[in-house]
Ligand binder design. Structure first.
Ligand SMILES: NC(=O)NCCC[C@H](N)C(=O)O
Length: 258
């Protein structure tokens, strides 16, 4: 059944200790991050999404990036196993949250690793990034979990950015958006629209023509407006310092069964 719920998770007081892999570390203002997170959650609610808070994980600096902990396909949740060992404890509260919403729950098992940020769904096609956080076994387990439900998993090599979705996301019509220098194999994305800013590669589809996106990509917001979309802009500067983007701060549940 169609549903409009979004999992979110309050930032840890230890957010500033979060992992940084592909960019220089910058000082994170945790109070500002909390304000930005609240504004992000408000933007979801204002646009028709009921937010569901996963129990905070204060000892896990990166726990606000809840997208990495679980992949949803229909009402089935696949609990991830991060390629970053320091992030594995984050899944505990997430299992409870998705089970509480009536999802059927599966797990990624050792030796597989998979971060939700490496999984981009476009209709029933699931693009899976094989990169620093997701290994081949992780992709096999993703396939085993979701292909029997009608998904088709397509693997994409990722080496230049943290996750597949750091490089690309997709517009409501399925057009993949990103910047070519960030892609290992650009030809894997048949309908591709280059965007002028790296953080413009990240959109959360809010429904209809609305695209949630970062304030750091104003030229891309203009481009999307010109194409007939309605950008909903949030400032997430403190999360961007930790290689986060709009997509990683929530998990949308669009087909709950209950
Ligand atoms: N899906 C995402 O893009 N998640 C961002 C995670 C950032 C976090 N500092 C990490 O390195 O795991």
């Amino acid at each position: 059944m169609p549903s409009k719920k979004a999992l979110i998770r309050r930032p840890s007081p230890r957010l500033a200790e979060g992992l940084v892999t592909h960019i220089e570390r910058e000082k994170v203002d945790v109070d500002l991050a909390v304000e930005q997170w609240e504004a992000y959650a408000d933007a979801l609610r204002t646009n028709g999404w009921e937010t569901v808070e996963v129990e905070p994980a204060d000892d896990c600096p990166d726990s606000v990036f809840v997208e990495d902990t679980v992949v949803m396909f229909r009402n089935v949740a696949l609990i991830a196993r991060s390629g970053a060992e320091s992030r594995r404890a984050e899944t505990d509260g997430v299992e409870e949250a998705v089970a509480g919403l009536g999802c059927s729950v599966n797990w990624v098992w050792e030796p597989a690793t998979l971060d939700g940020g490496d999984v981009l769904k476009i209709g029933d096609t699931i693009l899976a990034g094989r990169g620093g956080r997701t290994n081949a076994a992780g992709i096999q387990q993703l396939r085993a979990a979701f292909e029997p439900l009608g998904a088709r998993v397509v693997t994409v090599p990722v080496s230049k950015v943290l996750h597949l979705k750091s490089a690309v996301t997709a517009l409501p019509d399925g057009t993949v958006i990103g910047r070519i220098p960030m892609l290992d194999v650009p030809s894997l994305f048949p309908r591709f629209l280059p965007v002028p800013e790296q953080s413009g590669a990240h959109v959360v589809l809010l429904g209809g023509d609305k695209l949630l996106m970062a304030a750091s990509a104003p030229k891309t917001a203009d481009l999307f407006s010109d194409l007939g979309y309605e950008p909903v802009v949030v400032d997430i500067s403190e999360f961007e310092k930790l290689e986060g983007c709009v997509t990683c701060l929530s998990v949308r549940l669009r087909e709950l069964y209950a």
